[in-house]
Design a binder for this molecule. Structure first.
Ligand SMILES: C[S@@+](CC[C@H](N)C(=O)[O-])C[C@H]1O[C@@H](n2cnc3c(N)ncnc32)[C@H](O)[C@@H]1O
Ligand SMILES: [Zn+2]
Length: 387
């Protein structure tokens, strides 16, 4: 089957009998991740500008002083579509996969698009342990944590990571989450955000081990996956600053009240300050900003009409840019249900909060989700229905 995404077209074997032309499933190609890939291309465009257009490693420039193209490693390439799209943007790409059928496909697809790139059939953790790339992309099935150490070592500037194991990340599979991420996730109604902040916590602690700061410049999450873009900088002081963003969330499953604190020692309240029931504590999660607003703006400008998910990508980036910097969000429908009210239009709900003097924003996690400076009791009081 043939698949067109952005400026490239690739061929992938169809998993079903009777291969068809189209956008069906294949072990090598997941159409569900097109938004993730479109955003990756937009990030590569915006990040290249942020780096000043070229890569860091002077030794790879040519004798005429021409600046070399920045390097991009697609560490878990499968069909190669992500790396090939990077190559079509002018990046010096390496496509790696430990599956030889995948790397054969990568070679075929690079040639099919008349693009250059290295293809290597090996374990990405070995490659990243030996070589550095300006941008590294780790997009495996399930947890990316098995790649984390080597990916930090192999990244010069920007580390892009997908995690699809949302059940461990958001606390639905608690023990697995604890093992993989070295923190305690709690299964709340803001599960996507929990997952995102658990992943960020684990990755920034991994980078800190190497005296490197990993700052999220763009992150997004759905029920099915979490995607983060971390800018790495050198130095123990910078790494300490990132670690200071770690902390805990204390959440009440009964009334959905929550509070957060920074630091690596948790001080949970004895009971929920709103309803008196017991609270659950998650952490250490990443409590800082999940994106750099200026960068998100540049990424949005880099989304082009040719992208299949351009509309969705822009909407997501708009929401992300406008989202308040708070470590958890509320779901208006869940709150309304607990209060025995019917839900209202989200914009009306936000307006009421703002009219009562609170900050309030939508979030990229869904149509009914919001962030606000009001606590749960204040939200209830500020949004009483008219009659
Ligand atoms: C989810 S797919 C990648 C999808 C691709 N990035 C895309 O956007 O279409 C994961 C790939 O990672 C490869 N993989 C898993 N573990 C690996 C490892 N340790 N080193 C290299 N590749 C690995 C698998 O063979 C598989 O092809
Ligand atoms: Zn409570």
């Amino acid at each position: 089957m043939r698949v067109r995404e952005g400026a490239v077209e690739i061929r992938v074997p169809d998993a079903r009998d009777g291969a068809s032309e189209g956008r069906g499933e294949s072990v090598f190609y997941n159409p569900e991740q097109e938004l993730n890939r479109d955003l990756t291309v937009a990030v590569l465009r915006a990040y290249r500008d942020r780096m000043g257009g070229s890569g860091d490693d002077e030794t790879r420039g040519n004798d005429d002083g021409e600046r070399r193209a920045p390097t991009y490693l697609d560490a878990t390439a499968a069909s190669g579509i992500r790396g090939i799209r990077g190559a079509s943007e002018g990046w010096d790409v390496t496509l790696c996969d430990r599956d030889s059928a995948a790397t054969a496909l990568c070679r075929e697809n690079l040639a099919y698009n008349d693009l250059d790139g290295e293809v290597t059939n090996r374990d990405a953790t070995q490659l990243m342990g030996k070589e550095r790339f300006d941008v590294v992309d780790v997009d495996p099935f399930g947890t990316p944590m098995l790649f984390a150490e080597s990916a930090v070592r192999g990244t010069r500037r920007l580390l892009c990571v997908t995690a699809t194991d949302t059940a461990p990340l958001c606390g639905a599979h608690l023990q697995s989450g604890i093992r993989k991420y070295g923190c305690v996730p709690v299964n709340t109604e803001f599960h996507s955000e929990m997952g995102l902040r658990v992943l960020l916590s684990a990755l920034c602690r991994t980078a800190a081990r190497y005296d490197r700061a990993a700052r999220p410049i763009l992150s997004h999450a759905t029920r099915h996956y979490v995607r983060v873009y971390l800018e790495l900088t050198e130095g123990a002081t910078a790494a300490n600053e990132v670690v200071e963003n770690l902390g805990y969330v204390h959440w009440c499953p009964d009334c959905l009240a929550r509070g957060s604190e920074r630091g690596l020692i948790a001080h949970p309240p004895e009971s929920c300050p709103n309803c008196g029931h017991g609270v659950k504590t998650a952490g250490p999660i990443y409590c800082g900003a999940i994106r750099d607003r200026g960068f998100v703006d540049r990424v949005r400008e880099s989304v082009e009409e040719e992208m299949g998910t351009a509309k969705r990508a822009r909407k997501l980036l708009d929401r992300l840019e406008g989202e308040l910097d708070r470590p958890t969000h509320y779901d208006q429908h869940k709150l309304a249900k607990g209060w025995g009210r019917s839900a209202s239009a989200i914009e009306d709900f936000l307006e009421k909060l703002r009219a009562a003097g609170y900050e309030a924003s939508r979030t990229h996690y869904g149509g009914t989700t919001l962030k606000t400076s009001a606590d749960v009791g204040e939200i209830e009081a500020a949004t009483v229905p008219e009659n």
